[in-house]
Design a binder for this molecule. Sequence first.
Ligand SMILES: Cc1cc2nc3c(=O)[nH]c(=O)nc-3n(C[C@H](O)[C@H](O)[C@H](O)COP(=O)(O)OP(=O)(O)OC[C@H]3O[C@@H](n4cnc5c(N)ncnc54)[C@H](O)[C@@H]3O)c2cc1C
Length: 410
Amino acid sequence: MKNSTPRCENPWEVIIIGGGAAGLFCAATAAMRGKKVLVLESANQIGKKILMSGGGRCNFTNRKVEPENFVSNNIHFCKSALSQYTENDFISLVELNDLEYEERKNGQLFCKHTARDIVTLLTNECVDHDVTIRTSARVKSVTRKTSGFYSVELSTANEETVEVLSCSSLVVASGGLSVPTLGGSDIGYVIARAFGLTITDISAGLVPFMFSDEILSLCKSLTGCSVSITASCNGISFTGDMLFTHRGISGPTILQISSYWKPGDAVTINLMPKHDAASHLLNLKNESPKSLLRTVLTRDLPKALAAGLEELWWPNQSESPLADWENSKIKSIGALLNGWVVKPSSTEGYRTAEVTLGGVNTDAIKSKSMECKEFPKLFFIGEVLDVTGHLGGFNFQWAWSSGYVAGLHV
Ligand SMILES: Cc1cc2nc3c(=O)[nH]c(=O)nc-3n(C[C@H](O)[C@H](O)[C@H](O)COP(=O)(O)OP(=O)(O)OC[C@H]3O[C@@H](n4cnc5c(N)ncnc54)[C@H](O)[C@@H]3O)c2cc1C
């Protein structure tokens, strides 16, 4: 380090750690109240994750946001913030800024053109209200002085300079561990622990599954193949598309169920959610007794999948017409189709996970304001908290809502 002597500047009213969705929204909200706000962002630009979100179109909220769309050890915690700043509030903001958007399946709202529209919207809201944003500013630690001020130590310019800033309100909006290349970091947990707060178990969420058994070769051979399924794990089910990949399975339904999976758990996949597969197949046997099972299955499943399942489940009867099949055997294949039990070896982890499940324990946080119960004017917002949304725009809505309520109280 060339300059290791910490420099202390005049206190800021508000310092926000993290220039992501929650931090920027909180900054704009606080600045609109006349607060002098500084955002510290470790990356060389703000909103990196927003830019990459929703396949570059940012699924910025959902038409219908309910507490049930969130995973947390305290499912009631998110209610207050979500009701103080709702999905309709954010939609109104988007419309006020003439930003074009489109609605997709299940009420998901995406930018019509590019996710950059959302970053521009947030940047404008900040710039219009004189928020100071510093990029390439990595926060290393935080302490609380006896005066009640917070002291923030950061490194800048290739980690060569160390600076110490102080503020009366501090907001931790540094997100979770997911996707390190987009800014994922543990600093929020480090800060929370330094203040004696606990972190619930954390793991990768909204993430593809991987396999190491015979399912892996099936997945590899089916890479790119998509099928409509119901996936269930630990009493929770989601219906929608599943995608085979060269590592395992992915697609919206798998990402959703991954948030309820723990290592060692099995996942049940219903490949024919619209049918009682056993009776459906028995009907098909009556209708087309000369057909092969893989042939009739292509009415409901992709051809490649039917062939792949044949290799797995009935390799010795692959060329037997349905008429030659015993009904009991057909029923057992039907049961497998409605309840294929697979055991992922792991998930793809934080490298590709859209979110980090778990986080700062909400027991220590006031749900109305996101302020720490024990330490006045210390706030945690967004993904760093133990609040994780389902796929569908819920994570950004949590960032807006939690950022907004903190912005009202800093
Ligand atoms: C690929 C991908 C696609 C996604 N798509 C969607 C989607 O379409 N819809 C949806 O609702 N959700 C989506 N998500 C989830 C969503 O992006 C996050 O839940 C959301 O961004 C969380 O907001 P946040 O502000 O809490 O954290 P982040 O957006 O992660 O922001 C935290 C910021 O803090 C910065 N930071 C970290 N450490 C430090 C430090 N030491 N000092 C200073 N700054 C630091 C980071 O660089 C980052 O910019 C997606 C996630 C990923 C990874």
